[in-house]
Write a protein that binds this ligand. Sequence first.
Ligand SMILES: C[S@@+](CC[C@H](N)C(=O)[O-])C[C@H]1O[C@@H](n2cnc3c(N)ncnc32)[C@H](O)[C@@H]1O
Length: 238
Amino acid sequence: MNDSREIIISADGSSTLKLNEFDECFHSINGALSESLHIYLHSGLEFYITSGKELTIFEMGFGTGLNAFLTFLYAKFHPYVKITYITIEKFPLREFEYKELNYPERIASLPEYACMENYDKECMENHFLALHKASWGSVQNLLPNFSLEKVQGDLLDFELAPNKIDIIYYDAFSPNIQPELWDTRLFGKLFHWMIPGGILVTYSSKGIVKQALRDSGFMVKRLPGPAGKKHIVRAIRP
Ligand SMILES: C[S@@+](CC[C@H](N)C(=O)[O-])C[C@H]1O[C@@H](n2cnc3c(N)ncnc32)[C@H](O)[C@@H]1O
């Protein structure tokens, strides 16, 4: 799955990776950065968070590190929030791949980040690389209020203690390519990892995905999607 992949530029100018064999991208070609901001940051983290909160996020598929980086930046600029970030990845990017991604530059040009005093593109680049260079299999405290644990492995074999996770960023490849990652058995496992009231956000609003989430016990809500996508999903563990 990592043999033939190339970096391409999506419609908002941010990079993403394309799997040539499956003609599948890591993000929406209509805008990788806009998609991640809309689904995981705004509809996930910012929806869920309340002042003074300590929370644990699990991300399926560390990949380019974009979701982890946006969450890291959120913690950096919201010191009252404490985030434990756990993520799994079966096929980590190689150094020459993650060094080519333009997220630090693109994010630094966004108005909401450009105005951050003493935090420029170079700081962003260093922090983005730090996420990628963080060792696999151990907890790294990258900020006083942000720790990262990257697990190299397969989600299908991975286990976590029950009632631990507040938010799941569910960012697997599409159900067409990896149906085993979108079924009731898998979602049932994630359901038990979550605390009651925890949320799962994902880009796929396919009927079979929503049904598998409901069959696993989630309450499913369809939300407006980012550019080029009608809907996304936020599911709540009641
Ligand atoms: C759609 S991409 C998204 C990646 C990431 N969230 C990002 O923003 O770049 C899906 C990711 O899941 C990884 N993956 C695929 N199958 C996996 C599995 N069984 N267990 C863990 N990771 C897997 C892929 O290598 C890829 O990095």
